[in-house]
Design a protein around this ligand. Structure first.
Ligand code: ADP
Length: 404
């Protein structure tokens, strides 16, 4: 079975094409600058050189048509015909309280995703464009949706409710949802395999540290708390997001600086975090280079970032009354030995016996960066959200075929 995985944003779209027999990637690529005359389409067919084209792409239906054209292109394509694609799986950021697992797309599912636009105004509408664009190009092909929030639906009310008037939860569903769920779920399973222990027995803190960052307390394979909240703004300090701040800062700043709601929102989401403190950038590589060169603001930004992450890990160990392993994943988590070392040094009281050499080694494989016998293990596990989407889509199609 061949599954096309799509992550549609408002002006970009990423894709990966999987052969599910051996879970191999046949091709991957992206369309950038959708809506522009000079949109860029890139395909990386496995084993062949990357191909790039610049052309007018004004909306998602044309973007998907172009992707399909490239997939079946006589030279750089990887399939003979679009009809070889059996199913399409989409990443959808917000599933609210309606979805605790992946589902096949139906009219009702589409209506529900639309009802959730309010909760994820930047993401869900773009995913919907992706779903419609696939429908327009491949009307017969079944589609599945995989939600970033679904894994966190196991959180109990004690962690998902905010201590504000209950009526706000009842009327507007204001609560913690959490994000990056696909990644937290995947690395938890991989961690159990790596440790050779059943996931049901493990207490893990999974740290997905990319541009956006969140950590999750995974107890017995279930998310029991996570740092992102009703939106991805809460929790850890991120590249450009503030993470946790005193909520009273919002009205205070609005009054003092004469800011509108949308301006303060943009300040906290786009002009805060590493960027705001370092005054250099939001990318951990830039911060590390500047620190190396002696830049004090960069050093402060790094220390704050690390300190806030370490506090969350400690609080989740307390939330679970124990900890077997910490898992680092995503762009920063997988690549920044500097950050992992700083976090682990500050958590030695938990019984972490850090292995500096293993931490410094670069490898695409799952690995431990603690010494054998360390009471708490620390693992680096590359995430693979696209593979989870492909697997879930494949599973749903097999199930449906069984039922029919
Ligand atoms: P996203 O959250 O957009 O999916 P990623 O998980 O790919 O992002 O993470 C991207 C971030 O990873 C970059 O902004 C950069 O800060 C960080 N990163 C990538 N490579 C390295 C590296 N070698 N060292 C430190 N940080 C890195």
């Amino acid at each position: 079975m061949i599954v096309l995985v799509i992550n549609a944003g408002s002006s970009s779209l990423k894709f990966q094409l999987y052969q599910m027999k051996d879970e191999s990637v046949l091709a991957k690529g992206r369309v950038e600058r959708i809506g522009m005359e000079s949109a860029i389409v890139t395909i990386e067919p496995t084993g062949k050189p990357e191909v790039r084209e610049v052309r007018e792409i004004l909306e998602h239906t044309t973007a998907i048509r172009k992707v399909l054209d490239m997939i079946v292109h006589p030279e750089h394509g990887v399939l003979k015909s679009v009809s070889e694609i059996d199913a399409v799986g989409h990443r959808v950021v917000h599933g609210g309280e309606s979805f605790s697992s992946s589902v096949l797309v139906t009219e009702e599912v589409k209506r529900e995703i639309k009802r959730l636009f309010d909760l994820a105004p930047l993401h869900n509408p773009a995913h919907m464009l992706g779903i419609h664009a696939v429908e327009a190009n491949m009307p017969e092909v079944p589609q599945a949706v995989v939600f970033d929030t679904a894994f966190h639906q196991t959180m109990p009310p004690v962690s998902y409710l905010y201590p504000i008037p209950m009526v706000l939860y009842k009327k507007h569903k204001i609560r913690r949802y959490g994000f990056h769920g696909t990644s937290h779920a995947y690395v938890s399973e991989q961690a159990a395999k790596f440790l050779g222990r059943p996931l049901e027995e493990l207490k893990l803190v999974t740290c997905h540290i990319g541009n956006g960052a969140s950590c999750t307390a995974v107890d017995g394979g279930k998310s029991i708390d996570t740092s992102m909240g009703m939106t991805p703004l809460e929790g850890l300090m991120m590249g450009t997001r503030s993470g946790d701040i005193d909520p009273a800062i919002v009205p205070f700043t609005m009054a003092k600086e004469d800011l509108t709601l949308s301006e303060v929102n943009s300040m906290l989401n786009k002009h805060s975090g590493l960027l705001a403190i370092s005054n250099i950038g939001s990318d951990m590589r830039e911060i590390a280079e500047a620190m190396e060169a002696g830049d004090r603001n960069a050093a402060l930004a790094f220390e704050m970032y690390e300190y806030r992450l370490r506090k969350y890990i400690g609080s989740y160990a307390a939330a679970m009354n124990g900890l077997d392993a910490i898992v680092f994943t995503a762009g920063v988590g997988e690549n920044s030995a500097l950050l992992r070392a700083a976090v682990c040094r500050g958590l030695s009281f938990l019984g972490i016996e850090f292995d500096e050499e293993a931490n410094a080694r670069r490898s695409p494989d799952d690995r431990a960066i603690t010494k054998p016998g360390s009471r708490v293990q620390v693992l680096v596990i590359p995430t693979n959200e696209e593979l989870v989407i492909a697997r879930d889509t494949y599973g749903l199609i097999l199930n449906r075929n069984d039922v029919e």
